[in-house]
Design a protein around this ligand. Sequence first.
Ligand code: 5RP
Length: 262
Amino acid sequence: MTAELSPVDMAKYVAAKRAAEFVEPGMRLGLGTGSTAAWLVKILGEKVRGEGLQITGVPTSSRTAALAREQGVPIATLEELKWLDLTIDGADEFDPKLNLIKGGGGALLQEKIVAAASDRMVVITDTSKEVETLGAFPLPVEVIPFGWETTRALIEETLGTVDVDGRDVVLRMAGDAPFVTDEGNRILDLHLKRIGDPRQLSLALNQIPGVVENGLFIDICDAVVIGHGDGMVELRDIQAGTVVQEQVEAEDHENLFTDIAD
Ligand code: 5RP
């Protein structure tokens, strides 16, 4: 079954599998959103069902909540648990300081709240997300629907005052209608090409009325697990200052490899 995985799916799978080893019995766990995080939820589901692993997950989207329920991973809300031991999530880009762009799946708001409420955040990814400088991936910004065109104009004005190379701001669509987040908001994708100062940009964006949150995760991620198509993973821990490479064995669980999420 594993032989049917594309190199990208294999990379995502082995990253998730290695990161699942950080999960200890009794942990309160932030469950990310996206295709890489979906692998994690499936792997955790197997451990819960097969090994009796006891964990409680806080999903970062309605999609992840549905998958966790389907896989038998017990879930709770952040209001119930208040603080988490670990969050494992994907990313759209990460730089050498492990600053991130997230929100490609539109779940950046819950993802950021959950990651910020965790002792530790680990990102799982394939090699394509690594960049020297953030910004090639359009930066998602969640805005409330009320007056969103005014908010967009204010964002465009702000982009003229910060160190970026592009200024196109595009309303995210889902078919013919605007994409709607789990909180009922809209997403504006900022095509910036290069973000010279992510911290300054994040602060500037979040000061604009109508902006709920932006997809820059600054000083939130502690470690990244980078999967490769041949099963190799690289673990970079920014806190410990360590880089380790390991080979991960893909297992032949039919359950896991059917219906690849997202
Ligand atoms: C969702 C996210 C995802 O983590 C990000 O888009 C990466 O997704 P994938 O693992 O499918 O590449 O931020 O809002």
